[in-house]
Design a binder for this molecule. Structure first.
Ligand code: CDT
Length: 306
């Protein structure tokens, strides 16, 4: 049994034109608040360093400035330094560019950083959503008013599986945005021993659902309902804590739902963001709830402890 004081670092919009340095300063401010509130770990959103650029039907060559080819890059160093100084770990989502056997590859990734500022885990998003191609004449780099998702044009599916890492004695796995909608995400992580699943996300409100041959609109209220539904079910059915950090509010003419929070293995939301801005939400995570449910309700499943 272990306990962890954990924080969600929800972010308000990061519009185009913001410098990486100013965005990292906001992350550092949230990390400082987490330290002030006695937290051991803070979770930041998906692609936390940039606008949610896959709304534009471009490709990685259109936005080289949004990709990190080292982590920490020079701009992100202050966050790592402050984490080590204040003894607070973090989980950070970013767009990753790697050279693999002379081939350039792009992943939607996150790292888990320990309380000494060292990377102890990496995850690459498995379920890449969106359209691979824009409609005729639509392929460009415009963000304004766009609610589409073109991630398939930017990222390939992750190749690291669903790894789990020890952080202060607690088994932690990561997932990124669309991954949270898929039951195998939680089941794979829980099967690998995860007690806590950290999720960063960027979900557009009033989005269109992509079908094989186009898209159809979805009632606006369902975006937040489905967000809660999948994470609460994932937490309960797999006896894990879910700690979810969103980007929220109006960014370049599109609206991101927010709704960051912490969900217990009971399936209950135990802490939740109130705003659509940078906001810290903190909660104590107690892994005895994972054990309780694995020994009782889920006792005959693969999740049961040996
Ligand atoms: N960023 C991201 O993964 N967004 C997705 C869009 C999914 S469209 C079904 C999300 O899950 O919100």
């Amino acid at each position: 049994m272990a306990q962890l004081e954990i924080a969600v670092g929800q972010m308000g919009p990061v519009p185009q034109g913001n410098t990486r340095e100013s965005t990292v300063e906001r992350l550092v401010d949230l990390l400082r608040e987490a330290a002030h509130r006695g937290c051991h770990l803070i979770v930041f959103p998906e692609l936390a360093l940039t606008p949610f650029f896959p709304r534009a039907a471009g490709d990685p060559d259109d936005f080289p400035e949004f990709f990190e080819d080292t982590m920490p890059s020079q701009a992100v160093e202050p966050l790592f330094r402050e984490a080590a100084r204040l003894h607070v770990g973090f989980c950070l989502g970013f767009a990753e560019k790697v050279i693999d056997e002379e081939e350039v590859r792009y992943f939607n990734a996150s790292v888990l950083v320990d309380r000494r500022g060292r990377i102890i885990g990496k995850y690459r998003k498995t379920h890449i959503p969106g359209l691979p191609e824009a409609a005729q004449g639509e392929a460009d780099q415009r963000f304004e008013g766009r609610t589409a998702n073109f991630e398939k044009r930017y990222f390939e599916p992750g190749n690291l599986g669903f790894p789990v890492f020890k952080f202060e004695g607690v088994s932690i796995g990561m997932a990124i945005c669309n991954d949270r909608r898929w039951p195998e995400t939680y089941r794979s992580l829980a099967g690998n021993g995860a007690e806590v699943v950290l999720i960063g996300y960027n979900t557009m409100a009033r989005r269109r659902l992509i079908t094989g041959d186009g898209s159809i609109s979805e009632p606006g209220h369902l975006a937040l309902f489905h967000n809660d539904l999948v994470m609460q079910a994932g937490a309960y059915q797999n006896a894990v804590w879910v700690v979810a950090a969103a980007r929220a509010g109006e960014e370049d003419g599109g609206y991101l739902i927010g709704g960051s929070g912490v969900i217990a293995p009971t399936g209950e939301i135990v802490a939740r963001a109130l705003t659509q801005s940078d906001e810290l939400v903190a909660s104590r995570i107690d892994t005895s709830y994972c054990e309780l449910y694995r020994r009782s309700v889920w006792n005959d499943a693969a999740l049961a402890p040996p």
